[in-house]
Design a protein around this ligand. Sequence first.
Ligand code: B12
Ligand code: SF4
Length: 549
Amino acid sequence: MRQPIPLRAIQQGHPDTGRGRDTSRPVMLVGFQHQGNLGLGYLTSVLRQCGYDVRVVDIEQDPEEIVKTAREINPVLIGFSLIFQFYVGGYGELVRSLRTGGIRSHFTMGGHFPSLSYEQTLEIIPELDSVVRFEGESTLVELTDAVSTGRDWHDIPGIAFVREGQAIATPARPLVEDLDLLPYPERNYQPDAVLGRSIMPILASRGCARTCSFCSIHTFYRAAPGRMVRTRKPAEVVREMRMLHEERGITIFLFQDDDFPLFGPVWRRWANEFVDELHRNHLPGKVIWKMNCRADVVERELFLRMREAGLYLVYMGLESGSEQGLKTLHKQITVEQNVRAVDLLKSIDLMWEYGFMLLDPSSTFESVRENLAFLRTIVGDGCLPVTFCRMLPYDGTPIKDELVRSGRLRGDVNNPDYDFLDPRLADFYEGLTSVVNVRGWIHGLEAVTLQLSTAWHEVAVMGRLFPSLPGMATYTKTLRRITRKSNHLLLGIVEDLSYTFSDGKENPWVPEEVEDSRKRILEEFITERDAFVYKNEAILLEVLGQPCS
Ligand code: B12
Ligand code: SF4
């Protein structure tokens, strides 16, 4: 079996890859582009470094347009990035349209689901020639080099394919040892913006050392050889931020790290160096940044330092307000630690967001009520809208394996599901979705939660990147009142329904009335928000017309 060629050697034109590289035909990469796709960005940059012309296409585009583009550019290879398992059906349809549309390029696919479940991927989408497993930069270049020159590619490390009806995986390629060897990800797209301030995603590290049972990230990084968590040098991260700020006018950075480096003394040192580096480059005051972390790393001194250096938003996967729930999810954290982290962030006036699962495979009606009590504790004051989802058993996660073992796994890859221990909980969830338009309240573009979250995000950005606006304190108070009202109503409905399904109490909620209340809250919010922005329009526009400093 061929040995994997190190990244640096690939970049420098290793004699083995140099056995031939025909860059006359481009490479096409297809993926979910909303908020910028860093995986595709890195793959594009490395391919370009090796001389390939790369066309990146958004999976949300009309499939006919994608087929048309493929016909026009005649790519040597099309790479599909499947980062959300539930998109596998949609990708399958696109792949079939491309094949029936006469596209004969090599088709490959990468991402968590294809990496961890390559057999299923190749079975669901038999039109794929290969799957690239785990981090794809080096493997994709080797594969494209081989395909472009007509060489055999089946012994390239880090891929899977079907031979004589059998899915075969070559040995996994080691993870990228030094992330700073990678070029900056390609970001040739119009960035999103909040109040005219441009946003870009960025990474300081890859991997996560924790082992939450519902998460495929640690299994993805653990399944390949090499160090599971790698951090970039703080100076390199800041250099990239500075370049993006100076050349593209980016002022809001979203760190998409699975777990921003803060855990333990080594990563705390990393975070402190990162802050020093930001100051050395005079970025605080000019840029702000968001990161994801766990509640158990939140501590006053470091978070105050990071806040001064531009940290404006902290996302925490709190996930449960019940000790049993946290245990089942293998969060290795307590409810008290979750509450303490929230209290601390509130006390230092640092905006935060959270992920939360109302239901998980160990749920009981008691744990649902504990979760509701927890949500009241953390957001009952209206500081943020209530949000929750139901845990889904994704492939490659320990909890899915456990559900298979206990015979409780249901659904399929597109809609993974499971049986609750108490079957009445399934009726409760169904009842909840019929009384409350959960999509309309919590998920979806028109949802109250999303609208209120966006408004709170705007408030955080205004507070950090704009001068103090007249009426800001009153607007924030109003937003808090509306959020409190929405939270109170939603939590009350969920709680009442839990008793309807556990104790047979009468359901006092009429779906039409609930929907009317939801709409009234949304209308009130939109009126208040628009009035505030309109009142300050002149100031906001004036500030945006000037360079950000
Ligand atoms: C950023 C992000 C988002 C962004 C997406 C931005 C974008 N356009 O990419 C936003 C905020 C929109 C988002 C939304 C959601 N997300 Co999200 N998100 C992430 C996150 C944190 C980082 C992704 C990233 O940039 N990674 C860094 C890059 C460098 O790594 P990568 O994408 O894995 O790519 C590498 C390899 O996988 C491989 N590769 C990937 N694609 C390809 C393609 C080819 C051809 C090749 C060769 C190789 C290859 O090579 C790449 C480079 O090494 C991941 C966690 C994670 N670590 O992946 C979750 C994650 C992808 N999200 C997840 C989920 C569940 C969601 C939501 C459903 C959350 C929700 N409840 O709403 C939504 C779904 C949105 C929708 N479409 O409906 C899950 C997916 C689980 C699964 N197995 O399906 C993840 C894994 C988080 C988790 N804890 O489980 N998300
Ligand atoms: S949920 Fe977050 S902390 Fe837990 S393993 Fe996944 S990335 Fe790591």
